[in-house]
Write a protein that binds this ligand. Structure first.
Ligand code: AMP
Length: 403
């Protein structure tokens, strides 16, 4: 893997694509700075080498026009604090004024470019726009794992203008290694825990893991489709009628391949989709009419926990219940604790994609598992076995340098 590790940035203008797409409150304060902090080791390495740093990112989903709430200027104070130096801000990511600012940078100085998505050409992956971005730097570093599944100008197209000087930052390298550990270097027993709302979003991952895992643990809203497929009564629980056949196929394939498929046996049900609703625990196959399952029950927690604790490789994607509501988070918390405990015993654990990442952060267990991915969609596509365009663009050699 081509990473920044073996590269000396002294007197080089490094154009670095990061993912600073952080959430803001109504007063433009950053409410979760994880993504900015995650990019700091790469940025510091370049500065410590004596490089000149040009940072670019997308921010939210503007409609191709500048909008205050999507301006990266809101990240300048924190970035400056974390890097321990001033950060210059270019009001546009391309154009003559920006080129001048980039050209005038001195070693150790930092320039943050305005949101690349203020130009429609970004998401179109435009060649001419990418070429303008490329003109700002001598070397391209991609550290935006969260955007690696997008074939956009600043994540993908731009790389071809640096045929010999393109590489991954530390965050990107770490995330790619974790995918590799899961898909290629896994140690058995290998357990995948899948939860969250829907079966539909997880089918491709299940298909890609079926030949590798020993245990497939299913929880969350998607479990009720599996229960219904086998004739259980799930009351008013979430069910994807059009995925019942898929669930049956997964049962069948798991049987053929010798994969242990664990579906919850008991569930915590509620008489409304609300934290203060009436609730009780019942057999998952006999949910009374009018009640809906919002969490796994204690017997399932124990069974899943034992499987997880005996595993050497663990993937966790998706909560076991509606963990955002305190009365229905017990199962998710129990699984988080089991993953931590297995990790302490030497297992490799990856928390990948979406809401299980939110859960592990909520329980402040981030440092107690092997890897918590910063990229939702990118991690899912990586685990599905797809080639990420942003990764391919850095890895592939360019035969012909574009005009
Ligand atoms: P996903 O994005 O597919 O991983 O789904 C995550 C969401 O699934 C979270 O917001 C959970 O609240 C929700 N969820 C988990 N379990 C259930 C359930 N039993 N019923 C409805 N929603 C659920």
């Amino acid at each position: 893997m081509k990473t920044i590790d073996n590269y000396n940035f002294k007197n080089k203008r490094a154009l670095v694509r990061v993912d600073f797409n952080v959430p803001l409150d109504n007063n433009f304060n950053i409410t979760d700075d994880t993504r900015i902090r995650a990019a700091i080791p790469t940025l510091k390495k370049i500065l410590n080498d004596g490089g000149e740093l040009i940072i670019m990112s997308h921010f939210g989903r503007p409609k191709n026009l500048p909008e205050t709430k999507f301006s990266l200027i809101h990240t300048v104070p924190l970035l400056s604090e974390l890097l321990g130096r001033p950060v210059q801000f270019a009001k546009d990511c391309i154009g003559a004024a920006t080129r001048t600012m980039a050209a005038n940078l001195k070693p150790g100085e930092v320039l943050l470019l305005e949101n690349v998505r203020f130009h429609a050409e970004e998401t179109k992956g435009s060649d001419s726009f990418a070429k303008e971005l490329a003109s700002l730097g001598d070397v391209y570093v991609n550290d935006a794992f969260g955007a690696a599944h997008r074939a956009h100008a600043s994540t993908t197209t731009v790389a071809k203008f640096f045929p010999n000087d393109k590489m991954f930052g530390y965050l990107m390298a770490h995330e790619l290694e974790s995918i590799d550990k899961l898909l290629k270097q896994y140690k058995k027993p290998f357990t995948a825990i899948l939860g969250g709302a829907k079966v539909s979003g997880k089918i491709a991952i299940i298909a890609n893991l079926m030949d590798k895992v020993d245990n497939l643990v299913i929880g969350g809203g998607m479990a009720y489709t599996f229960v219904k497929a086998k004739g259980g009564n799930v009351g008013s629980s979430l069910v994807e009628e059009d995925r019942i056949q898929t669930a049956l196929q997964i049962y069948e394939e798991a049987g053929k391949k010798g994969v242990n498929l664990y579906i919850p046996t008991d569930t915590v049900v509620a008489d409304a989709f609300a934290n203060d609703a009436g609730r009780k625990t019942c057999d998952i196959n006999n949910i009374p009419d009018g009640w809906l399952g919002l969490d796994i029950g204690p017997a399932s927690e124990r069974q899943f926990g034992a499987v997880i604790e005996a595993s050497s490789t663990i993937l966790w994607n998706g909560p076991m219940g509606v963990f955002e509501m305190s009365n229905f988070e017990h199962g998710t918390r129990a699984i988080a604790d089991a993953v931590v405990s297995a990790t302490q015993k030497g297992a490799y654990s990856l928390i990948g994609g979406g809401d299980s990442v939110a859960a592990i952060n909520k329980y402040k267990l981030t440092d107690k598992v092997s890897c918590v991915s910063t990229g939702g969609g990118a991690m899912l596509e990586g685990l599905e076995g797809q080639v990420l365009p942003g990764v391919k663009a850095v890895e592939e050699s360019v035969e012909k340098i574009p005009e």
